[in-house]
Design a protein around this ligand. Structure first.
Ligand code: NAP
Length: 342
């Protein structure tokens, strides 16, 4: 068998020319953990990829609660190896350099993805380095701002709903905080696979969540969910015991042997013993960057089966305001930072 030379014709493999990256870039950094105002703009070196990584010019960066928790000294702050440090996991942008000529994501490809977690991040910047296996082609129907709102939240929702709960026709799922970044994807994935979806959210979000596929929306500000639901197969808990004993009440609304999934790390250290006492199964969950899952999610987005909702867009330099907004706790869908022009 003869192999065709990869560069036999410039017509077959058009060369995409992308300008060499500069030595330094604009980024948002913090020099110490603290309140949102520790975030400030700075000039830092452009990171260098190793052979299994891509260098990406970031057009937009998604904002997640883990960014704010880490900035505040919690979250993955222990993974910060040096200051100043650039926060952020989510990005959408354009490949500047890739490992070899015939790589699936050559220079010029529009990609979206998630930086390694639980390392300390780095997407609030004009350039980021990311493992090739943690990215997928940007969904063609989405802008970079929209795509940047997807990776961490949708991968978490996918891991919870598809890989952990094995969502299927008729499965009875309760999702707490269905209106947030993770929640709005979890609602749509569970409904897509035929589950009967019950959600807790505030009343203002109820019509929107029904449009996304929720069958029942419980206004957590007026109604105790454990007084109106029972016999759930799965509870996806995006709140935990940090608010109104949400976790403790959740294990009580599961059928015997049902599955409780705790998502916010550390929000309820006693969950396993409480689940055991209630006769239900329990697990925590940690998101894993996964380019192939992102490719699948991208197809669902492009087909219109799933949508991303962008609540607010801030300029990169206004990252502190974006964190303050997120920490108010009432984001619908996602907050995104615009880093550069497309
Ligand atoms: N372990 C992991 O790998 C992992 C991955 C992703 C996220 N997380 C964690 O999971 C949690 C959710 O993340 P996220 O990105 O979805 O957060 P988010 O977007 O900031 O969530 C905001 C939403 O939460 C709703 N909410 C607040 N308190 C609520 C309550 N008591 N009951 C029901 N809904 C409530 C708000 O609704 P209203 O405006 O209506 O109040 C708002 O829409 C965070 O703690 C995050 O750190 C963990």
């Amino acid at each position: 068998m003869r192999f065709r030379p990869l560069r036999s014709s410039t017509k077959e493999t058009p060369t995409v020319t992308v300008a060499d990256p500069p030595a330094r870039m604009r980024a948002v950094v913090f020099d110490e953990t603290g309140a949102p105002d520790v975030l400030h703009s700075s000039s830092v070196p452009v990171p260098s990829p190793v052979i299994s990584e891509l260098l990406v010019r970031v057009v937009a960066a998604g904002v997640n609660p883990i960014d704010a928790k880490t900035r505040a000294g919690r979250g993955v702050a222990q993974a910060i190896s040096q200051y100043p440090t650039v926060p952020g996991f989510d990005f959408s942008g354009i490949v500047v350099s890739s490992p070899y000529e015939a790589h699936a994501f050559p220079a010029g490809t529009e990609v979206y993805g998630m930086l390694p977690y639980p390392r300390s991040g780095g997407s609030y910047a004009e350039y980021a380095v990311v493992p090739t296996l943690s990215v997928a082609r940007k969904p063609a129907s989405l802008s970079h701002v929209e795509a940047a709102g997807v990776p961490l939240a949708a991968l978490t929702a996918w891991g919870l709903v598809v890989e952990t709960a094995h969502a299927h026709e008729g499965q009875r799922v309760l999702i707490h905080a269905g209106s947030g970044g993770v929640g709005h994807f979890a609602v749509q994935f569970a409904a897509y696979f035929g589950a009967h979806v019950t959600v807790t959210a505030s009343g203002r979000n109820a019509p929107w969540l029904r449009e996304l596929g929720a069958s029942v929306v419980i206004d957590y500000t007026t109604t105790r969910f454990d007084e109106v639901v029972t016999d759930m197969d799965v509870v996806i808990d995006l709140v935990g015991n940090v608010a109104a004993d949400t976790g403790s009440r959740s294990v009580k609304v599961l059928r015997p042997g049902g599955l409780y999934i705790l998502v916010p790390t550390g929000s309820w250290p006693g969950y396993a013993a409480a689940a055991d006492a209630a006769g239900v199964r329990a697990t925590s969950y940690k998101v894993v960057p996964d380019g192939s899952a992102l490719a699948t999610i991208g197809r669902l987005l492009d087909s219109g089966s799933v949508q991303v909702y962008i609540d607010k867009v801030f300029d990169l330099g206004d990252a502190a305001a974006a964190h303050a907004e997120l920490e108010a706790g009432h984001t619908r869908g996602k907050i995104v930072l615009r880093v550069s022009d497309d």
